[in-house]
Design a protein around this ligand. Structure first.
Ligand code: ZN
Length: 235
C-alpha cells in the first residue's frame, strides 16, 4: 500500500481506509501515487457551507442529442448545477449541444477523445492525444477550457495522473455509482441515487446507451433531495 494515500485522504477529510480500499480495489492492487495527484472521489469538507449536505452530480459520455437536452431541461427546472464529463468525439459531432451545457452554467470536464478501455493501458503518446485533443474540441465548441478530467471507467494509473497534473487537469473519480450504465430502470437508479450521502460525487451518464431511465430517475429524486436540504456543487 502506498503510504501517502491514507495520509492524503485524511488531510482532505475523507475516510482514509475507504479511500485507499476503494482506489486499490478498482485497480486490483496498489499502483496509484499519493500526493497531489490522487483522484478526487468525494467533495472536500471545505466545499460544505454551514453544514448543509452537499452532492456533486456528474454526467459522463455525452453530449448526446437524445438525452442531454432532456436532462438539461430537468436540471434547469430544479435549478441544479452539475458537471458534464464530455467525450471529444461527441463534442465534435454535437458542438452546439456542448455549448448549450456550458451556457446553462454547468461545469465541463474532459472524458477522453473516444473512451478507449482500459484507458490506463494506452501508450503515453495516445494518452496525451486523448486528453489534449479533447481539451481543444471542448474549448472550440464552448469557449471553456476544462480543468477536470475523468478517466474512462476510472482507468487511473501513474502515467495518466502525471499527464493530468502537467496539463492543469484535476482527476475526478466518484463515490456513488448507481450503475445506470447497465440500464436497470428508473426506479432502481432513483433508489440508488437516494442512498447517496453528504459529500458524495455521483456518477451518471447522459450518453453511451439508452439514458431515459437516468433522466427519469434524476427528475424523480431532485425534489426529494431538495426536501432533505441537499445543495448541489461541482468538484
Ligand atoms: Zn465514460
Amino acid at each position: 500500500m502506498n503510504r501517502t494515500l491514507p495520509a492524503r485522504a485524511a488531510e482532505a477529510g475523507w475516510s482514509a481506509v475507504r479511500c485507499a480500499a476503494r482506489l486499490q480495489g478498482r485497480l486490483g492492487g496498489p499502483g496509484l501515487p499519493g500526493g497531489d495527484r490522487l483522484p478526487l472521489f468525494r467533495l472536500p469538507r471545505s466545499h460544505t457551507p454551514q453544514g448543509r449536505p452537499l452532492l456533486a452530480l456528474t454526467f459522463d459520455d455525452g453530449p448526446d442529442p437524445r438525452w442531454t437536452p432532456w436532462l438539461l431541461d430537468v436540471l434547469a427546472e430544479h435549478q441544479v448545477t452539475a458537471s458534464f464529463f464530455l467525450i471529444g468525439r461527441q463534442v465534435a459531432a454535437h458542438p452546439a449541444l456542448a455549448a448549450r451545457i456550458a451556457a446553462a452554467g454547468h461545469r465541463l470536464g474532459n472524458h477522453s477523445l473516444d473512451h478507449p478501455q482500459p484507458f490506463s493501458a494506452r501508450p503515453a503518446a495516445e494518452l496525451r492525444r486523448q486528453v489534449l485533443v479533447t481539451q481543444e474540441l471542448i474549448a472550440d465548441a464552448t469557449g471553456v477550457l476544462p480543468d477536470l478530467f475523468r478517466a474512462p471507467a476510472g482507468g487511473w494509473s501513474e502515467p495518466v495522473l502525471r499527464l493530468l497534473a502537467g496539463s492543469g487537469l484535476r482527476a475526478v473519480d466518484w463515490s456513488v455509482d448507481p450503475k445506470d450504465w447497465g440500464e436497470p430502470g428508473a426506479g432502481r437508479i432513483a433508489r440508488r441515487l437516494l442512498r447517496s450521502r453528504p459529500g458524495d460525487v455521483v456518477l451518471c451518464h447522459d450518453g453511451g446507451g439508452d439514458r431515459s431511465g437516468t433522466v427519469q430517475a434524476v427528475r424523480a429524486v431532485l425534489p426529494v433531495l431538495r426536501d432533505r436540504g441537499v445543495a448541489f456543487a461541482t468538484p
